[in-house]
Design a binder for this molecule. Sequence first.
Ligand code: GAL
Length: 554
Amino acid sequence: MAPAKRSLILVLCFLAPVLFSAVPWLRAASGQGRLLAATPPMGWNDWAHYQCGFTAQAILSNARALVKTGLAARGYNTVTIDDCWMLKDRNASGNLQADPQRFPQGMKAVAGAIHALGLKFGIYEDAGSATCGRFAGSGQPQGGGKDHFLKDARLFASWGVDYLKLDGCNVYAPPGSSQEAAYRKAYAAESAALKAVGRPIVFSESAPAYFQGTPEWYDVLTWVRLYGQLWREGSDMANFNAGNPNRSRFRSVLWNYAYNLPLGRFQKPGNWNDADFIIGGDGGMSLAESRSQLALWSMMSAPLILSSDVGKLSPQAIAILGNRAVIAIDQDPLGRMATLVRRSPDVDVLFKALADGDDAVAALDRSAAPVQVDLRPSEFGFAANAACRMDARNLWTGAVQSAVAALHARIAAHDTAIWRIRPSAACGRPARKGTIVMTTTSRRRDVEDYTRCLSAAGRVEACAGDAGESWIVTPGGALQSSDARCLVAAKSGPVLAACRPVPAQRWRYTLKGNLINAADRQCLTAAGPARKTQSLKLQPCEDNQPNQIWSLPN
Ligand code: GAL
């Protein structure tokens, strides 16, 4: 062998182990370029079932149960330890310390055991001086001073953390700073810290939840997407109560669904609205209610994070939570939020386009009695012609129907029917069709009370679920009613008139949720007391004015 060639081989032999040892680092670094959480995160978290009543043993037995039940293989792969894992004080070097009573072996050992099961490891911290349970937070102390975002991120990376939930209790706002600015600064600092530690860590932000019901909510919802992959926008799912294990928790499921559904414009692959935990299968949830939660969360592409005692889930509950076809709706690469096709006092109908040209349809019975639903493809925006047929698979029963003209189902109280449909060529592609809703600032936490529907009668009213509340948003930005008239900015205000391609019939939809008229640049506004039937007006657009914020078909 020529000496030059031999020395090249020698150099390569010498470099190989060095290069090889750098592979994980290279992988991690390149992971930052890849889209984190390209589909909604899935996993398990202790909070809604255990609150602070857990030890390493409970965490690990749930992790093992995820594997044993097959739920991990279905995608529930990230085990997150919520609040109360740490002590109230930091150690002499300023680091967080895992509570030795709960974690006698320390946190790195728990992370290792979770990784050894083939799962990912998530942890909870807080953007303020203390967590909600008053344990050591990562944020600035009250009164000002140094935060610990980078220090804590380094510690988490050294433990092998893959997912961080950063809560928002006790955030300090210095004099002269708004609450919103203080939150933004803290969440931006955590995001920068996570980038700096060179490990891909999915970042879940709780910031919006601290502004729910205030005008700043919409400001926060516009910036969280810059820093993390998912965010909690609102109140918690009802916790399991061991003293009263069968106390119904379905109302909290409906409320979280209600506030999450109108936020479709904020989400896309890599950025998810988080409607909070899947408590289906746990105490206080019937099987019908558990089906509803999984179906609704999947229609919304919401994160699927179980919070229950996995080892105690019934075989029926495991079958529901592990339903591959429903999970595939959640994990669809398009990541669309469902459109609210209609909302009557009893029933919600949802529609969502999927990446492969199929679509998903769901119908929720919110009432306490069974209902019959009959759904035609024209309701979802497909051509209203007799040749439009659908192949449909009922995702709970697996029953397949070919070339049907409509979907029919009898839905039990609190249950949700869900189908995957393939429309025939004659159906065409669906128009953006469904309700145009405004949300209220009511504190009743009730689906019906939370939304008001725009009606073709030119007003905003309690949603009734009739054809007058069905709109098509055309590609040109017109809002077309079901009787084929368009909303136009007339001198007297917004009225319905024959559709024409004029600026007064074009509405620009903003991320904040305003509908701005192209002719007079004013905002579509609901006028009059919020609880009553409201008329429509055009008014200058104000920042986050609730009666100017609309949710459109997605
Ligand atoms: C709440 C949060 C819950 C849980 C709890 C811990 O703010 O929404 O999911 O993390 O804090 O104290």
